[in-house]
Design a protein around this ligand. Structure first.
Ligand SMILES: [Zn+2]
Length: 420
């Protein structure tokens, strides 16, 4: 139904344009080069026949596929991002096509001896016999999230060419700067005007996600007292020892390397210390909102305990919330997840539903008033030279979008029946 070579060509035309974002820039988009792809996407959306195609001053793109039915249907949206991660270069991407993958090592780069091996990346074996797109070993691929863009545009094109498929009004949104955490920041939810949307930004074929971490960052500052070491008795206070006490008082097993599933953690990711002052940085993650709040309190209480013990303001804690679990916003409208799940099943894929141990743009958008579960885009090993995407997964994702459009225009009350 969806033509394979067409998907490959479209995907290649996007990934060969460098759109790396930059966390050190204050502009939106964070890099000028993101306009190169943004402008191309605007032209392409117009060319396939989308209506109301707009791009704003910050390079946020929106477009409409009008409804082709007369009865009222909720307006839904599909969203992906066109920037790539600053973790690895996205310049001069040279995609390699591996047809009929045989399940063995893939030599990405002979000269530099860079091999993509199923011994290390077992997921490769899921795609035996399929067509893989890989890098040449020197850049990332950018399937994150140009696979998502390929799928959304291809699905819209398909719907336009197949008016016998009935659907409501569909909105499309492409954003810059997702990889530096700002994709949702300037997203005009009101202008988008959808009741709900899906980000096409997941990984393995079948993934459907509507739970993510609650997230905060904490900076713990410990003040000491510097005195000449030779004359320090009873006077010097070494902030690094107090900091060590602080660190050791937190539950040692509630760390990223000891947790999985819905288990939360404290992640110590930076320490900088002198006798006079030590700064300790944590990120706090928990799927459960109450546990999340309790973790933040624990950081404060621990500081209070130490201050009492030292009878001075030795430790101060500054905590900033980063994002929240979208589950809170999606639970009251579980039909939006059920529709996606049904769509995935109908294209012959087993849905994989697991909590995300991270955040998505969809979690921010959900709290901005646009509930937004995340669906697979098909790529693996994001943000590095081993990134790859099976073409068959991109085709499946395209079909899922078409299916969701179709299901939403039918009687959706059956999906609402056992809503929580
Ligand atoms: Zn992404």
């Amino acid at each position: 139904m969806i033509e394979k070579q067409h998907i490959i060509d479209r995907f290649k035309s996007y990934v060969t344009i460098d759109t790396e974002s930059d966390p050190n820039s204050n502009t939106t988009p964070s890099t000028q080069k993101q306009w190169d792809l943004a402008n191309k996407l605007v032209e392409e959306l117009k060319q396939i026949g989308m209506e109301d195609v707009t791009i704003d001053d910050n390079a946020y793109i929106m477009a409409t596929l009008p409804s082709n039915v007369s009865h009222p249907v909720p307006v839904i949206g599909f969203i992906s991002h066109f920037d790539t991660s600053p973790d690895f270069t996205g310049a001069n991407v040279n995609p390699q096509i591996i047809e009929n993958y045989d399940g063995k090592d893939i030599v990405l780069n002979k000269e530099q001896d860079i091999v993509l091996s199923p011994e290390y990346f077992e997921d490769l074996l899921l795609y035996k016999g399929q067509t893989l797109i890989t890098t040449d070993g020197t850049t990332l691929l950018g399937a994150d999230d140009k696979a998502g863009i390929t799928e959304i545009i291809s699905a819209m094109e398909y719907l336009i060419n197949h008016p016998e498929i009935k659907h409501g009004k569909i909105r499309v949104g492409f954003t810059p700067d997702e990889e530096i955490g700002r994709g949702a920041h300037k997203f005009d939810v009101e202008k988008f005007g959808a009741e709900w949307a899906y980000t096409m930004d997941g990984s393995q074929v079948g993934e459907l996600e509507y739970e993510n971490f609650n997230a905060a960052g904490a900076v713990v500052t410990v003040k000491g007292k510097i005195v000449h070491p030779g004359y320090a008795k009873g006077k010097m206070i070494n902030s690094m020892y107090i900091a060590t006490d602080y660190i050791n008082s937190l539950p040692r097993l509630e760390t990223p390397e000891h947790t999985e599933g819905r288990e939360g953690f404290f992640h110590l990711h930076n320490i900088q210390g002198t006798v006079d002052e030590t700064k300790i940085q944590y990120i706090i993650r928990d799927h459960d909102r109450e546990h999340f709040e309790a973790r933040k309190e624990m950081l404060e209480e621990l500081a209070n305990d130490i201050n009492e013990q030292h009878q001075r303001e030795a430790v101060t804690v500054e905590i900033k919330d980063q994002y929240y679990n979208m589950r809170e916003k999606i639970r009251p409208m579980m039909h939006i997840v059920k529709i996606a799940k049904k769509a995935i099943e109908e294209v012959g894929i087993e849905p994989i539903m697991k909590p995300i141990r991270g955040g998505t743009d969809g979690s921010q958008l959900s709290f901005m008033g646009l509930p937004c579960p995340n669906i697979f885009a098909g790529g693996h090993n994001f943000h590095g030279r081993f990134e790859y995407v099976p073409v068959e997964s991109m085709i499946k994702a395209t079909e899922v979008i078409v299916k969701i459009a179709e299901l939403t225009a039918q009687d959706i009350s059956k999906f609402k029946s056992e809503e929580e």
